[in-house]
Write a protein that binds this ligand. Sequence first.
Ligand code: ZN
Length: 380
Amino acid sequence: MKILKTLSIAILGLGLALSTYIISSQPIYAQTTACSTNGTIINPITFFNKSNRSIDIYWLDEQCQEVKYRTIKPRQVYIQKSYNTYHWVVRDSQNQWLLKQVMPPQTATTINIQNLTYRYPRATVDRSPDVFGYQIQAMYVLPSDGIDQKLDINGQIATSVAAFQQWFVGQTGKERLRLDTYEGALDITFVRLSETDAQIKKKGAFVRDYIQQLLKDRGYINNPQKIYAVYYGGGSTHSCGGGAWPPELVGQVAAVYLNGTPPKSSACNKNVLGTSVDTPKYWEFVMIHEIMHTLGFVGKKFTPSDSLLACSPNEHLGGHTLDSSSDLMYQGSLPWNVPNLVLDFGQDDYYKHNRSECLDLAKSVFLDPTPPDAEIPPGW
Ligand SMILES: [Zn+2]
């Protein structure tokens, strides 16, 4: 364990708040796979595709290989006989994204698959996840005196997350971020903190760190395989968002401050959450920017002497790039080119840059499909 120095940076109202933080070592978890075994008891599984896309049902054989059984069209129901020792998975037919890992059915079981933006009632606890392993959980967090805009249940956060996901997939061409979903729809956890907006704002550059601590104290942030994407309905006098930046700052919360009032910049709430999954706007880009920081980007590398060196030609100001104002991770004197942003302008800094010794988003364990040599964020 080592304690790292204090840093704090904010330009463009897009700050990355780094505070004194302890790096702890945690075990490396693999994405869960399981194989079917011989069984004797048959329990049917009813697959109900409530979404607007076709889904594929796969049986995991004794060697954990996926064997395709069926395609289910939108709004269709299909009943599959299964032994109580059989594992199944559900994938999106179009791009084969993993939607649900189905445990061996111990009784007759129904599996629902909703659209990503389906609106569930408010939840203050995590619903049981569709997939196991590393994933990003959306949260709506309010200070004790924050106005409840019901962003978790009126579809706004779901639309925002789906919009940055769609932008991300458009950039990678294939991979998406592993999101925490329940029955196919985003699982958004709501928390009202006991501290006031003013109390939290007093933390200055460390609002993200403080929110993370407060959530931990309340029993949240309890899954070591998750990043928590917090839509915070309170303020910050420093920036409109904050992320961790491992290995220098290991943390699990990436946050946007919806009522932030950064210095020499317009109020953050001049921007509104995106209203269409097809058109990400300012907040969607801030959130995915902060998630990228929390994954360790734009990264440094460890040298044999265990010190850190810059590992991207354009990395500057702690985790940002300077080569184009159209880069998702840009920070500099030009206006950030929202909404015409790209993932790693020139592919030389953090995505598919072909420098094996440096952190590459293409190898992240938070991607689906997960690459075979997937890596957890440095220092996790
Ligand atoms: Zn940043």
